[in-house]
Design a protein. Structure first.
Length: 128
C-alpha cells in the first residue's frame, strides 16, 4: 500500500489548486515571509516555465533562492550550481524548500598522489 503525500493535511491536488498567497499560509514562518516577498517572482517563473514547456525547451535558472510551490511538482528544472546546470526533477517532498538545496555547489575532494617534498622521505631528494 502506497502512502499518499500530504503537506500539512492537504493532498497534492488540493495544494495545486491554491493560489501562491493561499499556499503560503501552510508554510513555516520564515519560509512564508520569504515567499510572500517573492510572490511576483515565483508567478513570473511559473509563467516562463509554462511557455518553455509548450515549445519543448529546457527550463534553466540561476534562481537558487526560489521556494518550491506545488505548481512546480513534476517539472524538470536545470538549476545552476556555479559551474553547470544540474537537472532536478521536482517531487512532492520538495515543497517548501528552495531550489538551491538540491543543486550541490561543492564536489567531494579527491586527492591525488603526494608531490615532491610533501613527505619526509621525498623532502631531501635533488630536483634535477
Amino acid at each position: 500500500m502506497v502512502k499518499e503525500f500530504s503537506y500539512r493535511g492537504k493532498g497534492i491536488e488540493e495544494l495545486k489548486q491554491l493560489d501562491t498567497r493561499e499556499f503560503a499560509k501552510f508554510l513555516p514562518s520564515r519560509t512564508r515571509r520569504c515567499l510572500l516577498k517573492q510572490v511576483e517572482e515565483v508567478e513570473k517563473f511559473l509563467r516562463s516555465c509554462n511557455k518553455k514547456i509548450s515549445i519543448n525547451k529546457d527550463i534553466r535558472t540561476h534562481r537558487r533562492d526560489l521556494i518550491i510551490v506545488p505548481k512546480m511538482v513534476g517539472l524538470i528544472i536545470y538549476i545552476h550550481s556555479g559551474k553547470e546546470f544540474l537537472p532536478i526533477k521536482i517531487v512532492d517532498e520538495m515543497i517548501g524548500h528552495r531550489l538551491g538545496e538540491f543543486a550541490i555547489t561543492r564536489k567531494k575532494v579527491e586527492h591525488g598522489a603526494a608531490g615532491i617534498g610533501a613527505t619526509r622521505s621525498s623532502a631531501f631528494l635533488s630536483v634535477k
